[in-house]
Design a protein around this ligand. Structure first.
Ligand code: SF4
Length: 346
């Protein structure tokens, strides 16, 4: 039977991990020089492009994620996700600022309606890590900042929409918000009879495992809503001992854990990496859920992997893994009411 009480986390942490998640978040690396210095990469080769990219979309890398990168290796798959390259300043045809046309799906400030039974709540625009390939890297978060009146309007909209049975906390990263505010949202949402599930899309338990703190586990354990957390892990090296421990606490609190990845050139465009990713996730109690085709966002064309190559990767996974460890290959298309499965055998 699943335990739904907060875990005693403190007893299992090393001295290094005793800092609060807020402290770790505030101490993230946010400047190109510091990132290169910490990873022992020569400034003459990387700094100019990193500074230009940083002007377009700021660098943010939290310490626990940085600590998993190999020094002196510019091809490190974790570094590849956060280091701006010269390609970011290219203007590639077809790569746009709002590739999923989400601006057309805003129902009321902070609330996105793309799907009939699910609504996305933009809890915050802040993230713990700024991923260079993010399809929301140009998203106007300032316009979606929620005032107290906006929050009431969101709850009223959800209450007046009986077709919605699931609310997805999105962002930004919803776990970048403090637990008091999250618990208030959850209390208000759980009072709406037709809403059964709460989903959170987050990278925080992976990039700052300290985020899985007693306060978070307390409200997760207490809510009457079924809670699903969809992580975003792209490479097996993102999961270390502290992450596994944090994910164990979430499972003990009754949370269902899934993962979605994006196929990214130079990060995970290799069957062995994807195979190892599924195995590592499952060892940590997480089921692979989606493998997303790259969303064509401006400034990130160098991550793109053609469909034919993605199909080949997943066909190879089918021969190496049991079916439940093979994520669904999908693409999100603007205006569609669901993800579009990519046919593996066209
Ligand atoms: S929204 Fe997700 S993918 Fe985008 S920068 Fe934040 S953590 Fe990364």
């Amino acid at each position: 039977m699943i335990q739904r009480t907060p875990a005693r986390i403190e007893a299992h942490l090393s001295d290094h991990e005793h800092r609060s998640w807020q402290q770790v978040l505030s101490e993230s690396v946010t400047c190109p020089e510091e990132l290169l210095r910490r990873l022992e990469l020569p400034a003459e080769s990387w700094l100019s492009a990193a500074q230009q990219g940083h002007q377009l979309f700021s660098i943010r890398v939290p310490e626990p994620f940085l600590a998993r990168m190999k020094k002196g290796n510019p091809a490190d798959p974790l570094l590849r996700q956060v280091l701006p390259l010269a390609d970011e300043t290219d203007h590639a045809p077809g790569f746009v600022s709002d590739p999923l046309e989400e601006s057309a799906a805003i129902a009321t400030t902070g609330l996105i309606r793309k799907y009939r039974s699910r609504a996305l709540l933009m809890v915050t625009g802040q993230c713990a890590v700024n991923c260079r390939y993010c399809f929301r890297r140009h998203f106007p978060y300032e316009d979606q900042r929620l005032s107290p009146d906006d929050r009431k309007r969101v709850i009223n909209t959800l209450a007046a929409s009986p077709e919605i049975n699931e609310v997805i906390f999105s962002g930004g990263d919803p776990l970048a918000v403090n637990d008091r505010l999250l618990a208030q949202w959850v209390t208000a949402i759980s009072g709406i009879p037709h809403i059964r599930r709460l989903r959170l899309h987050t990278r925080l338990p992976v990039v700052i495992p300290q985020r899985v703190c007693d306060e978070l586990l307390t409200w997760l354990s207490a809510t009457s809503l079924q809670v699903v957390i969809v992580l975003h892990v792209n490479h097996p090296a993102e999961i270390d001992t502290a992450t596994r421990r944090a994910l164990g606490h979430l499972r003990a609190a009754g949370v269902t854990l899934l993962n979605q990845s994006v196929i990214l050139r130079g990060v995970n465009d290799c069957p062995s990496v994807l195979e190892q990713l599924s195995e590592t996730l499952f060892d940590a109690g997480v089921l692979p859920y989606y493998l997303h085709a790259f969303d064509p966002v401006a400034g990130a064309h160098h991550y793109d992997v053609p469909d034919e190559e993605s199909r080949h990767l997943v066909r190879e996974l089918l021969t190496r893994l049991p079916g439940f460890l093979v994520p669904k290959l999908v693409r999100e298309e603007p205006g569609k009411e669901c993800k579009t499965p990519i046919n593996l055998f066209p």
